[in-house]
Design a protein around this ligand. Structure first.
Ligand SMILES: Cc1cc2nc3c(=O)[nH]c(=O)nc-3n(C[C@H](O)[C@H](O)[C@H](O)COP(=O)(O)OP(=O)(O)OC[C@H]3O[C@@H](n4cnc5c(N)ncnc54)[C@H](O)[C@@H]3O)c2cc1C
Ligand code: HEM
Length: 416
């Protein structure tokens, strides 16, 4: 329990943190990687280079300071962080490393404003936040270990099948190398895959599970990230080009809070929207929704460049034939003119996914929405739903990187 004095000292630092948040977190990561190189392998280098991780941590620190007397407001954010940490096997012993470096960076970046009293207040507040996060992470780890076929840390999985889904996306089917059961997962969740890195250490990436729970394998579907003027994506190219059937990779158990809510008994329509490789968690949701919610209207909108870049098309077409409660629409943003000129099916159109398209596909606006894709796609979908006054509890999305604010002026401006 923090004292009134500590709370008021923390709150007094909010304006300075808001102003210097990203400078602070940049300083923090540089300092930590320099002094504690042992934690470097947990972090995705691309998210450091893009600044996404610095922004996410800065936003989390500012939100924590601003809500220090109302921690209930942070429950959703805590769940996102705890699930991400659990996917990467962050453990209690790592918290003092982050804490020491963070306090040192607060001291350096806030300068004279960081009096001893302020630093002591932040040390106490960090302890409280550590307790909240490690408590939730322990629950997640215990749940993962207790699941049938569950495990702690990493487990070897064998690639049992590789299947090309589109020009750029390939699926890998992964089964436990020791023959144990494949644990259940919630549609929308992701695993972490750990592979050796170029520097002789290891590196991890998250991949959403694109198949149905309850099968004899996990399925991940990976887009090959081809660098244009920059190096190719490391892990996606390794999985496409070097990892073959029979080889093993290390997986951490399924995590993530972007999951299809099967508990509410809601009879509102379900609207699933995917952009590009963002299809992976959404496709798993589609498979499960059609099996478990036959009474609900399901709309599925899939935006991608063109048919060559479209994954799972034959499967989705078959689902549409089999399920009268499913309405599918494909939106292509880069079809060649001669393709566009040809007569196309009524459920195919050209352009970006926008408000007009969504409105024409859904049976009513008051629905449960789940979406995943590039940031501009997600900002456009989110803006549409917020504009329709869809309650936030009915809007769910996943970023393939640190969570970002879809309602920031920057997101709206670029998506316009
Ligand atoms: C929750 C979650 C779920 C995900 N699910 C999926 C999924 O289902 N399918 C999927 O394909 N991906 C998914 N991802 C993304 C995935 O984790 C990886 O980020 C992705 O595969 C790229 O990893 P990589 O190692 O190939 O690229 P990285 O090596 O991490 O590089 C990332 C990008 O940066 C570029 N780059 C590399 N070096 C440089 C440099 N020096 N300067 C500038 N740019 C550079 C690369 O070309 C690439 O485009 C998910 C991510 C998250 C967080
Ligand atoms: C109170 C302490 C901490 C806070 C507030 C915090 C906050 C965050 C936030 C906001 C994210 C982004 C989540 C998302 O949107 O995906 C994140 C991710 C992450 N955190 Fe923490 N974190 C804390 C402690 C730690 C510790 C102790 C470690 C261990 C070294 C750690 C390692 C990571 C890693 C590796 C990621 C993923 C980064 C990536 O994508 O590369 N964090 N954390």
């Amino acid at each position: 329990m923090l004292s009134e004095k500590t709370i008021s000292l923390i709150k007094s630092t909010v304006p300075a943190l808001q102003e210097n948040g990203e400078t602070l977190t940049r300083h923090f990561y540089e300092r930590m990687f320099d002094r504690n190189p042992e934690v470097r392998a947990f972090f995705n280098p691309a998210n450091q280079a893009s600044g996404g991780q610095q922004q996410a941590l800065a936003a989390a620190i500012c939100a924590y300071a601003a809500n220090i007397d109302n921690l209930g407001a942070l429950t959703g954010a805590v769940e996102v962080i705890a699930q991400k940490h659990a996917s990467l096997q962050i453990k209690p012993e790592h918290y003092p490393i982050v804490g020491d470096n963070l306090l040192a960076s607060i001291k350096t970046v806030l300068g004279e404003a960081a009096t001893d009293e302020v630093i002591d207040a932040w040390a106490a507040a960090y302890e409280v936040l550590t307790g909240i996060l490690t408590g939730r992470e322990r629950e997640i780890y215990d749940g993962q270990a207790a699941a049938p076929g569950g495990w702690r840390d990493f487990k070897e999985f064998k690639v049992v099948k590789k299947e090309k889904e589109s020009e750029v996306i390939t699926s890998l089917y992964l089964a436990p190398d020791d023959g144990t059961a494949v644990p259940p997962f919630k549609p929308g969740q992701y695993i972490s895959l750990r592979v050796p890195s170029e520097d002789g250490s290891t590196t991890m990436r998250n991949y959403s599970l694109s198949g149905r729970p309850g099968e004899e394998h996990f399925r991940i579907s990976v887009k090959r990230e081809a660098g244009q003027g920059v190096p190719d994506g490391y892990v996606s190219n390794l999985l496409h080009k070097s990892v073959e059937v029979g080889q093993t990779v290390e997986l951490a158990a399924p995590s993530g809070e972007f999951v299809l809510d099967q508990s509410t008994g809601s009879d509102r329509p379900l609207v699933l929207l995917a952009g590009g490789v963002g299809i992976t968690p959404v496709f798993s949701m589609l498979l499960v929704a059609l099996e478990t919610m036959p009474e609900r209207d399901v709309s599925f909108i899939y935006g991608c460049l063109d048919e060559k870049h479209q994954a799972f098309k034959a499967d989705i077409d078959q689902l549409q034939r089999d399920h009268p409660n499913l309405k599918v629409h494909y939106r292509y943003s880069d079809r060649p003119a001669e393709e566009i000129a040809k007569e196309t099916a009524a459920n195919v159109s050209d352009g970006f996914v926008d408000a007009g398209l969504i409105d024409s596909v859904v049976s009513q606006r008051d629905a449960d929405y789940y979406f995943c894709g590039p940031k501009l796609f997600m900002a456009a979908v989110n803006r549409t739903l917020v504009g329709w006054n869809v309650p936030r509890s009915q809007i769910h999305f996943e970023f393939f990187g640190p969570k970002e604010d879809l309602e920031s002026p920057a997101a709206s401006a670029t998506a316009a």
